[in-house]
Ligand binder design. Structure first.
Ligand code: ZN
Length: 230
């Protein structure tokens, strides 16, 4: 299986970057709490982490994930057919059930659920995922907070792989783009894990903040949140 995977990555790499040779490659399967796959270039080595839920996936699915990761790494357009193939597989009944079981075993938090009275957080997540992350982000558990907290508007809990949004936003007077902005912020926490820099936790790195400004109405949303707090 592993050797087959190396060959797949090799082939896809030569398709994307003909003429250049694949850097040293390391592929590991990880027990993510969700279907999640990552790629990084570290000291000239390509480090690939695949969700253990993909172990045993059919070859065309592995080719799709290799294409998606390598295209992302080298900033090349992601082939729509490959993206669709991957999404179809991850969305299939079997893998959803498996992911669900794994989540239960790895400990789930008791939460209120994603569907509020006015806004559905799962739906908002998927829309933002498509708009800003090529649909590649694995959806964590999304939930409204139990209480209507004003102090914590939202947070990402890595231990439970959950995004919790304050219930105060589940209100008809709340514009959807404000809710989206809060969810987008928490999605960036998922994308940019907290790093230790010296002894200080760097929660909102420069990259994080730059990406946050890509949200079209970021300024307006910030102003709205400031008004809410006063
Ligand atoms: Zn934050």
């Amino acid at each position: 299986m592993r050797e087959g995977l190396f060959e797949i990555f090799q082939e896809i790499y030569s398709e994307l970057r003909p003429g250049s040779s694949l850097p040293e490659l390391k592929i590991d399967f990880y027990a993510f709490a969700n279907v999640n796959n990552t790629i990084r270039l570290r000291k000239g080595r390509l480090l690939v982490r695949l969700s253990d839920l993909l172990e045993g996936a059919p070859e065309n699915v592995l080719r799709a994930i290799a294409h998606i990761l390598l295209a992302k790494m080298y900033r090349q357009p992601i082939d729509r057919a490959q993206a669709a193939r991957y999404r179809r597989y991850v969305g299939s009944h079997e893998i959803v059930r498996k992911a669900h079981l794994v989540r239960q075993m790895r400990g789930r938090k008791r939460l209120r659920g994603a569907r509020g009275r006015f806004y559905d957080l799962d739906e908002i997540f998927e829309e933002l995922n498509a708009r800003f992350f090529h649909g590649l982000m694995a959806r964590p558990q999304m939930s409204w907070s139990v209480t209507r907290t004003r102090r914590i508007l939202g947070h990402y809990d890595p231990a439970h792989n959950a995004i919790i949004i304050s219930r105060i936003f589940d209100h008809p007077a709340m514009p959807r783009w404000v809710v989206e902005y809060i969810v987008y912020h928490e999605m960036l926490h998922l994308k940019h894990p907290v790093r230790l820099r010296g002894s200080r936790r760097c929660v909102h790195s420069a990259e994080f903040q730059a990406e946050e400004r890509l949200f079209p109405r970021a300024g307006e949303a910030e102003a709205w949140l400031k008004r809410m707090a006063t």
